[in-house]
Design a protein around this ligand. Structure first.
Ligand SMILES: [Ca+2]
Length: 180
């Protein structure tokens, strides 16, 4: 009897060892790879989780700068207003530019008021000189030129000072405007 009991208990211990040994092995795949199902569990599981952390690219961009007013720089209203920067909205929805800013390399800042820019390629043009805003045209109301003829950088920022886009240029003979 003792021997039999000994054999039985020995085999129980052996079974236990197998069960203990098997437990972590079978639990393992249910950890990271479990929900992924058959085939490429870890990659399939990670991809959807990483999407919300990627910020969507802005649909607003600086599209062009006419930095050198045609003719002499005489600081007339007409000459000042022949200097401008244009913004395009490549998104589908209209955007209110209130609080958005345009800044040059010297730190001059224009802050947009209640100005809507249409979606699907809608544009707003910011003229340097004085005047009344109308339609897609707004005025910086500056009495001096903003965009240097020999090179400058325009930066478009959102309402929380987050830079969205920039456009830099250098002087080039015979050119008065740059596409960004
Ligand atoms: Ca200029």
């Amino acid at each position: 009897m003792r021997r039999i009991v000994g054999i039985v208990s020995a085999s129980l211990i052996a079974l236990g060892a197998v069960a203990i040994g098997a437990a972590p092995a079978s639990a393992g795949p249910h950890g990271p790879g479990g929900p992924g199902g058959p085939g490429g569990p870890s990659h399939g599981g990670n991809r959807p989780h990483s999407r919300p952390h990627t910020p969507p690219p802005s649909q607003l961009q600086i599209s062009a700068i006419q930095y050198d007013s045609p003719g002499r720089d005489d600081r007339s209203n007409a000459s000042l207003n022949a200097e401008w920067v244009s913004i395009v909205n490549n998104g589908q929805r209209p955007v209110n530019l209130r609080g958005y800013t345009i800044e040059d390399q010297a730190g001059r800042v224009y802050t947009f008021g209640n100005t809507w820019i249409d979606g699907d390629g809608g544009r707003v043009r910011l003229l340097t000189g004085p005047g009344r805003n109308s339609g897609n045209t707004v005025h910086w109301n500056s009495r001096n030129y903003v965009w240097n003829n020999n090179g400058d950088v325009a930066v478009l920022s959102g309402p929380r000072s987050r830079a969205i886009d920039s456009c830099g240029y250098r002087q080039q003979n015979g050119r008065i405007r740059v596409a960004c």
